[in-house]
Design a protein around this ligand. Structure first.
Ligand SMILES: Nc1nc2c(ncn2[C@@H]2O[C@H](COP(=O)(O)OP(=O)(O)OP(=O)(O)O)[C@@H](O)[C@H]2O)c(=O)[nH]1
Ligand SMILES: [Mg+2]
Length: 286
């Protein structure tokens, strides 16, 4: 048996979570075009009986701005301690900049093999991708470089084979039927937050936290936390239209995950400064 931990590193929004989902063949981590989508360390597990990849999805590298982003960066740093390889993700359709160089300095300093992934190849022409590969190849002494499109699945299989080859000998870290380290409640909360991110814009995505209050076979009671009354008005919407849309889209995703129909009861609550409150952050697993 070969098994190991592989961490995903990169700027926010480059597609780390989408890559984890593509490698696992299942939706493990939520995805959105808003920054800070991933707030905590989440593992996706892929096994084939002889090999087990534990893909550690992490928040994007960013300068901490409040207690929440500070904790997110601490999680990223701590996660580089005991891993077997790093997947360093760069977007094919954006210039390589200071943000990528900052991540590069950190990942190449770990001494673990670094596999560079140039993601979103579906968004760039072949000549642009070739240029990008030349540029990212200068970022450090990498083990391998893979252009992929996590969205279409292009290049995912060769990437998985590459990562499997990097695994050390060792017993499986998770039972063969386990796909993630998250509890069902945590996954449900994330699916609800994902829809809150999709449906709202500007400062709202940053301010949203989701807590599951109660969940049984048929009914899930959840609360969406925001920081101000005006954010609450936006998330609720005129006549409750926005919260209704978030709820019904999330219910659809949650039913897919659970394989049964559920009644989803979502309220919006103002909890001033929750992103600065260590107790509240701990409750949300951040
Ligand atoms: N066209 C295209 N879009 C992609 C691809 N991979 C990811 N995306 C999109 O890029 C956006 C960001 O994807 P995520 O997987 O959430 O990015 P992330 O790096 O995990 O972001 P954070 O968690 O915020 O750090 C989403 O809108 C994805 O749908 C890809 O291969 N092609
Ligand atoms: Mg993510």
């Amino acid at each position: 048996m070969k098994s190991g931990l592989i961490a995903l590193a990169g700027r926010p929004n480059v597609g780390k979570s989408t890559i984890v989902n593509a490698l696992c063949g299942e939706k493990i981590a939520i995805v959105s075009d808003k920054p800070q989508t991933t707030r905590r360390r989440i593992s996706g597990v892929w096994s084939d009986g002889e090999h087990q990849l534990v893909l550690v999805d992490l928040p994007g590298f960013q300068r901490p701005r409040d207690a929440m982003t500070e904790r997110m960066q601490k999680t990223v740093d701590a996660s580089f301690e005991e891993i077997d390889a790093i997947v360093f993700v760069v977007a094919a359709d954006e210039p390589v900049g200071g943000g990528d160089e900052f991540v590069a300095r950190r990942v190449f300093a770990t001494g673990t093999p670094v596999v560079i992934v140039v993601n979103k190849t579906d968004r760039a022409r072949a000549s642009k991708i070739a240029q990008q590969i030349d540029r990212v190849a200068k970022l450090g002494d990498f083990h391998a470089l893979h252009p992929v499109s996590a969205k279409s699945g292009d290049g995912i299989e060769p990437l998985r084979e590459e990562l499997v080859r990097l695994l050390p000998e060792g017993p499986a870290l998770f039972p063969p039927d386990v796909v993630t380290d998250q509890t069902l409640d945590e996954r449900v909360a994330e699916l609800l937050r994902e829809q809150a991110l999709h449906v709202t814009r500007q400062e709202i995505p940053h301010a949203v936290g989701v807590q599951i209050l109660e969940a049984d076979e048929r009914r899930i009671r959840a609360v969406i936390l925001v920081e101000t009354e005006s954010q609450k008005r936006i998330v609720v919407g005129a006549g409750g239209s926005v919260i209704k849309e978030i709820g019904s889209k999330a219910r659809h995703e949650i039913e897919k995950l659970l394989g049964r129909s559920v009644y989803l009861d979502v309220r919006v609550k103002v909890r001033e400064g929750w992103r600065q409150d260590p107790e509240q952050l701990r409750r949300l697993g951040i």
